[in-house]
Write a new protein. Structure first.
Length: 306
């Protein structure tokens, strides 16, 4: 298989007013108010929203939205309904990986559709990209912190899912250079935990997006070292570091940015940091699997949306 064939992923059709989309909770429990606000945002764009049955059910664990069977049933029902044009996740947290061994992605092969989420949903992004050859949107969870979306984040999400003009996203140059390749990745901790499973990330020849929240710098280094030792970073074409929110260490210790710099230089690839992707305010939306221009000299990332 050639590199071009390996990255021949399908782009979901743009969403338009009147389209039906599903709101799901494959991981942690969303708040009722958060779900209401997120659904209202989609409805303000003319989309019709179906809240899936288990999304607000709750679970004795306190960290799952519902039991595995019901969360999986919601997800597969949304994927399998040809009337549903898009699937929006309400919250991350924890739980997506628990569904992967039983997840049927075959319906997406017949009917590609928009999938949006981030953080714990990284597990689903990787599975849908590598099993169903589907491009998916790394963007805000609907019931997340409203400050994370904000006006710029909402505009970015709307532009992305409706097929608008490409957005130039800017950050900080870590290591100069330019590369054009598909964008893959997501939450660093989740990508590390996928190592050694059937859904371990294939990032060779791709620009790797990495972001995280609440992890001390040494834990970020541990996860990156794990990816390197597992071979995931071998052949990576570039690094796009998003936001590392609440990832500070003790005074005098290395910072999250120091960790990013060290690994970028070790890999000897173009790298940009502090892109507004992932956990943090005004979160932008990007399409995983899509051809992407990383101009690390200028500190910018822009995607081909055609």
């Amino acid at each position: 298989m050639t590199t071009a064939d390996r990255w021949a992923r399908r782009r979901p059709p743009p969403l338009a007013p009147g389209d039906l989309v599903a709101a799901v909770a494959p991981a942690g429990p969303p708040s009722h108010d958060g779900a209401t606000g997120g659904i209202a945002l989609l409805e303000s764009w003319g989309l019709r929203v179906r809240l899936m049955p288990a999304a607000l059910t709750g679970h004795p664990s306190g960290f799952l939205a519902a039991d595995d069977d019901r969360r999986l049933a919601d997800l597969e029902a949304a994927f399998g309904d040809d009337e549903v044009a898009g699937v929006f996740c309400l919250r991350g947290g924890y739980g997506s990986q628990r569904l992967l061994d039983r997840l049927d992605v075959a319906p997406l092969g017949r009917h590609p559709k928009t999938f949006v989420g981030f953080s714990d949903l990284t597990a689903l992004h990787v599975a849908l990209g590598q099993r169903a050859d589907l491009m998916t949107f790394h963007g805000p969870n609907l019931a997340g912190d409203p400050r994370r979306i904000g006006p710029a984040g909402a505009s970015s999400l709307h532009r992305a899912i409706s097929g608008g003009e490409p957005e130039v996203i800017t950050g900080q140059t870590l290591r100069p250079g330019e590369v054009r390749a598909p964008l893959v990745g997501g939450n660093l901790t989740l990508l590390s935990t996928l190592c050694g499973t059937p859904d371990e990330l294939d990032a060779a020849g791709a620009i790797l997006l990495l972001e995280d929240v609440g992890e001390a710098p040494y834990r970020l280094d541990r996860a990156l070292t794990h990816l390197r030792r597992a071979g995931v970073l071998e052949g990576v074409a570039g690094l796009a570091f998003g936001m590392f929110a609440d990832c500070g260490g003790r005074p005098g210790e290395a910072t999250a940015l120091d960790v990013a710099v060290a690994h970028a230089h070790e890999l000897d690839v173009p790298a940009v940091a502090n892109l507004p992707l992932g956990h943090g305010p005004q979160q932008r939306t990007v399409l995983l699997g899509a051809p992407t221009e990383l101009n690390a000299t200028a500190g910018s990332l822009v995607q081909d949306r055609t």
